[in-house]
Design a protein around this ligand. Structure first.
Ligand code: SAM
Ligand code: ZN
Length: 671
């Protein structure tokens, strides 16, 4: 801090320094105040559309993203200048160094850099690292547009013809938008083709487009084979809904039979049709072409053992390549070639764009034909924080010439163009008393410049260091960080490291030199199973011990969000904080997930996050917490508040691990 002051003196007049870089004192505003109500209201509306609120943080799929609004509110309270704690005032953290040791989607980094801080972000997984670097690096959006146009032109040349089809009304050439497949399964010793629903599109007029329009007798013929068609209701009636009826002995892709094609004609607009001979021939051509691609033999695509990967293995998917249709594999192979032909500084964002497009371009994509709000939309791969295996699979056309779900045009527009524009003029919502207005925060930028080491931060603002690192050990000197602001993993529920293999195998292929791909999922602080719960506490304890070492005293704080219903999750957290000698200064409760989110129990949704403000222990710390009375378990907010207070109380006592486990079980009840 001292060195920082003297160097910045060279660049700024003294009064500027006094105004801008006021040194934090032991009094930290967030110890005693946080605008809970205001933050809660804004986080609530953000939770329905987080990606629209902060498009520049959402280039690539990542799980369990926290609310950007909440983190902006937290970081704002860390400003030494009371006027700059106002949410709508730009900046306020110039001269401070903020660390997120488990950055994930990099919410902390984006929010802190906007406020002028220098930031450090670590994650064990390469995907968060690459995404954070790509989204915080300033590359002109017009330049990206030129690069993308060139990329798309080449991709179109190689791919469009694979998706050529003809309109069933005027027979003019047109583009396939997507193709729906049914799944061959065994039923009573025979094979049938299963679909999730016969309804293809529920129109508002009440008239439905259905599979009967194309297969009136619910029978489908391909070559010399034929199958009857069965939907969910029929399957239920016949008691066939169990996995023993999967055709595990044949490759995953071969289990799918093309049923209905959706295309767009210049005259007749969107149409549905049964694939004709030409369409089926296109699929055969793609099969022959893929047979000549070399990466099929690559060991890097083998599915590993893992808590969620086991769902793939149980279905006989042993290689990630199995999850893609021949056309999708051609898409990936062409993308690699085109990425390699692109200038090195543009490969990162392009590769991330292709990788994230796989969420909408694999045979695990489903179809929401009957969805009332968005009929005819793609259900992407991770819509349930896990793999799901729809009976109706949707093969998308990534080079379709419209901004529909999962097309390159759409993804570039939203994840690169709109994100880049937003990064230069970040927008927040403000309640006028009657409605939410959009306000540009003048002078803020959601971008920074990358540094390699802490020395390079000297005299700078808006700088970042991003590294792939197991934060049990951080390559930073003692007392170098003002605030740690983070969000630890979700104890047991979201298996990021395992799920992200789905993308990682492709990113490694596209960007072999840009990360350490020999990443060990076991370093991740997630309990994979009940027997392994203490792993979470052990990894976190090491990370918190490092944070303790790094924080500048006396103002340094460790601040993070947390929520969980289970006693084990709270006791593991408590053990980790007790062993790293932290005390709770305060806690604030704000709205967290959108209550319709699927990974929170629907009956019993935990809709709040506790913001925990902790300080490294001192010998003369006063006791702040009384043992709370009985916990309310039927109200999400009261539950989070009660748990946070209990945590505060335990950290001020001297309990051993067994006692801590026992106390939490008594307090919450066993799970
Ligand atoms: C809940 S996510 C963070 C989400 C983030 N706050 C956001 O809003 O997007 C937690 C992250 O911690 C990372 N992580 C888990 N164990 C780690 C470790 N030992 N070192 C570094 N990162 C780790 C995971 O890979 C994951 O990306
Ligand atoms: Zn037509």
């Amino acid at each position: 801090m001292q060195r920082l002051m003297s160097n910045t003196q060279l660049m700024l007049g003294f009064s500027d320094i006094a105004r801008k870089f006021i040194l934090p004192s032991s009094e930290v505003a967030i110890d005693s105040f946080f605008p809970e109500e205001e933050a809660d209201r804004l986080a609530k509306i953000e939770s329905y559309n987080k990606h629209l609120f902060r498009p520049n943080t959402y280039l690539h799929k990542w799980w369990a993203r926290r609310s950007g609004v909440t983190f902006r509110y937290i970081l704002k309270q860390l400003s030494t200048d009371p006027d700059q704690r106002n949410f709508y005032v730009p900046g306020g953290l110039e001269g401070l160094t903020i660390l997120d040791p488990m950055m994930g989607g990099a919410t902390t980094l984006h929010e802190a850099i906007r406020l002028g801080a220098n930031v450090i972000g670590y994650d064990v997984d390469p995907i968060p690292v690459l995404q954070a670097r790509a989204t915080l690096t300033n590359i002109d959006v017009q330049e990206k547009q030129v690069i993308f146009n060139e990329f798309l032109k080449k991709m179109n040349q190689e791919l469009s013809h694979h998706f050529d089809t003809s309109c069933p009304y005027c027979h003019e050439k047109s583009d396939m938008q997507f193709l729906l497949y049914g799944l061959r399964r065994r039923i009573n010793g025979n094979e049938a083709v299963f679909v999730d629903s016969f309804i293809l599109r529920a129109e508002t007029t009440g008239e439905n487009k259905t599979i009967h329009d194309f297969y009136p007798s619910l029978e489908i013929k391909r070559g010399n084979r034929s199958w009857s068609l069965i939907d969910k209701d029929e399957a239920k009636k016949r008691g066939a809904n169990n996995k023993h009826s999967e055709l595990l002995e044949i490759p995953f892709m071969d289990r799918y039979v093309p049923l209905v094609m959706v295309g767009k004609c210049a005259r007749h607009n969107q149409y549905f049709k049964a694939p004709d001979q030409n369409d089926l021939q296109k699929i055969d051509n793609a099969v022959s072409k893929v047979a000549k691609l070399t990466f099929l033999a690559d060991n890097d695509f083998i599915v590993p053992q893992g808590p969620k990967s086991s769902d793939l293995l149980a279905r006989g998917v042993t290689n990630y390549l199995n999850l893609f249709s021949p056309r999708q594999l051609i898409y990936l192979s062409e993308a690699k070639r085109c990425i390699e032909e692109t200038a090195p500084e543009h490969r990162l964002w392009l590769a991330l764009l292709i990788s994230t497009s796989l969420e909408f371009n694999s045979m695990l994509c489903g179809y929401k034909g009957v969805d009332q709000r968005r009929p005819g939309a793609i259900r992407h791969v991770f819509s349930h924080h896990a793999y799901s295996f729809p009976w109706t699979a949707l093969e998308n056309n990534p080079v379709f010439k419209a901004k529909t779900s999962g097309t390159l045009l759409n993804l570039f527009d939203k994840r690169i163009l709109k994100a880049g524009i937003w990064a230069h003029a970040p927008v927040e919502r403000r309640w006028t008393g009657a409605k939410w207005d959009k306000v540009i925060i003048d002078g803020e930028l959601d971008l920074g410049h990358e540094c390699e080491s802490l020395d390079e931060f000297t005299g700078k603002t808006h700088s970042f260091i991003i590294k792939q690192n197991d934060s049990s050990m951080m390559p930073l000197p003692d007392k170098s960080i003002d605030y740690v602001v983070t969000d630890p993993p979700y104890f047991d529920n979201v298996q990021y490291s395992d799920l992200s293999h789905f993308f990682r195998c492709w990113l490694r292929w596209f960007l072999p030199d840009q990360a350490d791909w020999h990443y060990q999922p076991l370093l991740s602080a997630v309990a994979e199973c009940q027997e392994n719960e203490s792993k979470f506490g052990n990894v976190l304890a090491k990370i918190w011990q490092e944070c303790h070492r790094l924080l500048i005293k006396p103002h340094g704080r460790l601040i993070f969000t947390y929520h969980h219903w289970r006693a084990a999750a709270w006791s593991q957290l408590t053990i980790s904080l007790a062993s790293s000698r932290f005390r709770l200064m305060n806690n604030y409760i704000v709205c967290s997930e959108n209550p319709i989110s699927v990974h929170i129990r629907s009956l019993h949704a935990l809709k709040h996050d506790a913001i925990l403000v902790l300080k490294p222990c001192d010998s003369d710390d006063e006791r702040r917490w009384k043992e709370p009375e009985k916990l309310q378990t039927n109200d999400s907010e009261a539950f989070c508040r009660g748990c946070a207070q209990y945590l505060g109380w335990i950290l001020e006592q001297n309990f051993n691990q067994a006692e801590i486990n026992h106390l939490w079980k008594d307090f919450i009840g066993s799970d």
